[in-house]
Design a binder for this molecule. Structure first.
Ligand SMILES: NC(=O)c1ccc[n+]([C@@H]2O[C@H](COP(=O)([O-])OP(=O)(O)OC[C@H]3O[C@@H](n4cnc5c(N)ncnc54)[C@H](OP(=O)(O)O)[C@@H]3O)[C@@H](O)[C@H]2O)c1
Length: 338
C-alpha cells in the first residue's frame, strides 16, 4: 500500500499534506489570532463612526416604525424612546409587540409608546392602519419603513402577489402613499433597504416580480425600496427621504425565512463562523437612528446611508432608469386601495 502511494503521481500532495498536518498545531493559534484581528477590523469598518445624541429631544415628535417588534426595528424604537419621541409600533403580532413596548417603557420611562396593528401584505389592513392613525394623530414627523421578510420559497398573499414583494415593497408603498398628506414640515421618511439592491444589474419586469417569477425577490424588493426613495425625494416638498443599508446582523430575518433544517443548520454555522465580523442588533440600528436624529439640514434628500454615514447607491440605479416605471406600476397594481 505504502509502496503504491510512493510510486503514484499523488505522492508529493500526500507528503505535503502529512507535513502540513504535522506542523498545523504550530500554525493554528497564529491562524486563529489572524482571523480575530482581521474580523475585528472588518467589524469596525462595517460599524462606522460612533455617534452620540444626548442633546436631541424628540418631545412632541410622532414616529411610526414598521416591524418594531423585533431586530433592527425594536432597537431603533428603544433609542428613539430614550429621546422622548411618541412612537407608533406598527406591527402584526400584538402580544409580542406589547411585551416589547412594556420592556422599553420600563427601561426608558417613556409612556408614549403605542401599538397599532399593521399587516403589510394585507392592503385593506394597511388602509385601516392609516385611517386609524389619522383619527388619533394630526401629524407624522418620522416614518421608518423597516419591516421586512426574506423567504427561500415563494408564497403569495390574498391578492396572489408574491409575499416578499407584497410585504417589503407594495405594503410600504401603500402605507407611505396614504401617509404623504400627514407628513409635517421638515419631516423624514427612512427606507430600510439593503446592500443587496446592488445585485440588480438588468431591468426588472415588475409583473414577473409580482408573480414570483424571479428567484431572488428579496434583492428585487430592496432595489424597489431605493427606487421609491428616489421618486419620493423628488416629489415631496418639505419631507426628506433616504434609504439605507443597516449592515449584516443576526436577527430573526433568516430564522423566519422558511428554510429546510439542513439550510438552517448551514445558515447558523455561517453566522457563528462570521459572528466576529457581523454587527450586533444595537449596532445594526445605528444607521437608521443616525438618519432619524441628525440635524434636518444635514440629511441628504434622496441619499443612501450605510455604516453610519452617507454612502452611494449602486451605479445601476441611474443606468436602469426604472423609477417612473415602478411608480406607475405600483399605482396601477394598488389603484383600488389608493
Ligand atoms: N438583518 C440583516 O442583516 C439585514 C441586512 C440588510 C437589510 N435588512 C433589513 O432590515 C429590516 C429589518 O430586518 P431585521 O433584520 O430586523 O429582521 P427581523 O428581526 O425579522 O424583524 C423584521 C420585522 O418585520 C416585521 N414584519 C414581517 N412581516 C411583516 C408584515 N407582513 N407586516 C408587518 N410587519 C412585518 C416582523 O414582525 P414579527 O415580529 O411579527 O415577525 C419584525 O418586527 C428589513 O427590512 C431587512 O430587509 C436586514
Amino acid at each position: 500500500m505504502l509502496k503504491n502511494i510512493i510510486q503514484s503521481k499523488y505522492c508529493p500532495i500526500f507528503l505535503s499534506s502529512l507535513i502540513f498536518l504535522y506542523y498545523l498545531h504550530y500554525f493554528l493559534p497564529l491562524l486563529i489570532l489572524a482571523y480575530f484581528i482581521i474580523a475585528h477590523f472588518v467589524h469596525l469598518y462595517q460599524r462606522g463612526p460612533i455617534r452620540k445624541y444626548n442633546q436631541i429631544n424628540l418631545e412632541g415628535k410622532i414616529v411610526i416604525i414598521t416591524g418594531a417588534s423585533a431586530g433592527i426595528g425594536k432597537e431603533t424604537a428603544r433609542k428613539l424612546a430614550w429621546q422622548n419621541a411618541t412612537i407608533i409600533f406598527a406591527c402584526r403580532d400584538e402580544q409580542k409587540t406589547i411585551k416589547v413596548i412594556n420592556e422599553i417603557k420600563q427601561e426608558t420611562g417613556n409612556s408614549k409608546l403605542h401599538y397599532m396593528n399593521l399587516q403589510l401584505d394585507d392592503y385593506n389592513n394597511v388602509k385601516e392602519f392609516v385611517k386609524d392613525f389619522k383619527n388619533k394623530f394630526t401629524q407624522l414627523d418620522i416614518l421608518i419603513n423597516n419591516a421586512g421578510i426574506a423567504q427561500w420559497w415563494h408564497k403569495y398573499n390574498k391578492n396572489n402577489h408574491e409575499l416578499v414583494f407584497a410585504t417589503n415593497y407594495l405594503g410600504h408603498f401603500l402605507l407611505t402613499r396614504l401617509l404623504m398628506d400627514s407628513m409635517s414640515k421638515e419631516s423624514r421618511i427612512i427606507i430600510v433597504s439593503s446592500v443587496m439592491h446592488e445585485m440588480i444589474r438588468s431591468k426588472l419586469n415588475f409583473n414577473d416580480v409580482l408573480n414570483g417569477k424571479y428567484l431572488e425577490n428579496y434583492n428585487n424588493t430592496k432595489y424597489c425600496g431605493v427606487l421609491l426613495c428616489q421618486k419620493l425625494s423628488r416629489i415631496l416638498k418639505s419631507t426628506k427621504v433616504v434609504a439605507l443599508h443597516p449592515g449584516v446582523i443576526k436577527t430573526e430575518l433568516l430564522d423566519k425565512a422558511g428554510n429546510t433544517i439542513i439550510l438552517q443548520l448551514i445558515q447558523k454555522m455561517l453566522f457563528w463562523l462570521f459572528r466576529p465580523m457581523t454587527l450586533s442588533v444595537e449596532e445594526g440600528a445605528e444607521t437608521t437612528i443616525y438618519c432619524a436624529l441628525m440635524p434636518y439640514r444635514e440629511l441628504l434628500n434622496g441619499g443612501y446611508y450605510e455604516k453610519n454615514r452617507l454612502s452611494k447607491y449602486s451605479k445601476s440605479i441611474e443606468k436602469l432608469n426604472q423609477v417612473e416605471e415602478l411608480w406607475e406600476f405600483s399605482h396601477q397594481i394598488l389603484k383600488e386601495y389608493l
